[in-house]
Design a protein around this ligand. Structure first.
Ligand SMILES: [Zn+2]
Length: 87
C-alpha cells in the first residue's frame, strides 16, 4: 500500500514510540509491548523493532497498529476483502 510505504520512509520506529509518549532508554531500548516486560528488552531500530525477550518484530506500521490493537482488525478486513474479490 502506497500510504504505508510513505509512512515507513518518513517515520522511524523510535519517532513513533516517542510520539505516543513511550520512554526510550539507552541504546533505543524500551519495555516490550507484547510481553510482561519489567526491564527494557525491545530494541527500536530505524526501520523495525525487535524484542530480545519474546522475539516480537515488525516495522513502524505494525508497531503503531499493535499499540492500538489494530493489526488484527486490519489484516482480517484485508483477508475478507481478498476473499470477496477472488470470488
Ligand atoms: Zn517482548
Amino acid at each position: 500500500m502506497r500510504l504505508f510505504e510513505t509512512i515507513k520512509e518518513t517515520v522511524t520506529v523510535g519517532q513513533a514510540a516517542e510520539y505516543y509518549g513511550m520512554k526510550i532508554g539507552r541504546n533505543n531500548m524500551i519495555c516490550c509491548l507484547f510481553h510482561n516486560d519489567h526491564y527494557p528488552s525491545m530494541k527500536l531500530n530505524t526501520t523495525y523493532y525487535y524484542c530480545f525477550g519474546c522475539g516480537a518484530t515488525g516495522d513502524v506500521i505494525q508497531f503503531v497498529a499493535n499499540l492500538f490493537g489494530l493489526w488484527c482488525i486490519w489484516t482480517r478486513k484485508l483477508h475478507i476483502c481478498t476473499f470477496l474479490l477472488s470470488r
